[in-house]
Write a protein that binds this ligand. Sequence first.
Ligand SMILES: Nc1ncnc2c1ncn2[C@@H]1O[C@H](COP(=O)(O)OP(=O)(O)OP(=O)(O)O)[C@@H](O)[C@H]1O
Length: 301
Amino acid sequence: MPMIEIQDLHKAYGDRKAVDGVSFAVEEGEIFGVLGPNGAGKTTTVECVAGLRVPDGGTVRVAGLDPVTRHEEVTRLLGVQLQQSELQPKLTVREALGLYASFHDRPADWRVLVERLGLEGQLGTRFGRLSGGQKQRLFVALALVGNPRAVVLDELTTGLDPRSRRETWALVEDIRAGGVTVLLVTHFMEEAQRLCDRIAVIDRGRVTALDTPAGLIDRTAASRTVSFAADTPLDRADLLALPGTVEVETRDGRTSVTGTDETVDAFIHLLARRAVTARGLRVVEATLDDAYLDLTGADRS
Ligand SMILES: Nc1ncnc2c1ncn2[C@@H]1O[C@H](COP(=O)(O)OP(=O)(O)OP(=O)(O)O)[C@@H](O)[C@H]1O
């Protein structure tokens, strides 16, 4: 049984369809990413997973349970860190952890969490005085304090500086290594590429692609670029005629051919047939960024 299963989820606010038929399943032990432009329906989807919103249609299950009708049990299984969470500004880190731990029958030892999250020095600090990164780490601690089997992390690293972001990534890997399934909503391609086993790309309330990061990259029409300097010039028309070529560009004596794996193979054969030596040959893979723009048709994010 998947840890989280969503089938044909629909949710509208008035006549605005926020989620319009989303389906995916997150297996136990996975880091599963949800990626998409602003307003795509990502937060609404994970709020339905957490039982904080009631779907208009479709089903949501967490370890086989309906998060609305079995809310209490799901709360015990699922830790949630939502976007733009706030706490009472006067509450100290120690008080917040103690309070959240008291909601659970078998809470984790929050002192261990504090150490893992590097918050030992802030136990007596009031929430209102924490830095952005410290607040994020506290929310992760609060999501984990109930010893959940799965955790929802919504835009965990938004607003963090690059160093804190990298530290947070290590933390997410650590959470998974501890056996917790992770559902991660993110805007950052590098984050998704580095952390996620699989990614659902959501656009306008629908899943437009679902695959591993490498699988998503392979789907783009321009997944590889081969660049080289040829000792004898190659005919541009021959390069454009290679299977899958989407672009041929020559600059400063170097030619770049963009296409797929098949384009690169055909290019190597062409060199052999023409007995041309290509100097400084390099093959560069597209990034998830390129794939994402292709899949969402978006410079809207
Ligand atoms: N409480 C609400 N009332 C009315 N409309 C809402 C509400 N929450 C979200 N929406 C709308 O529903 C759509 C989906 O929003 P949602 O927050 O789920 O998207 P998102 O993908 O998480 O976006 P972002 O990346 O900007 O956080 C958007 O058009 C948004 O304006």
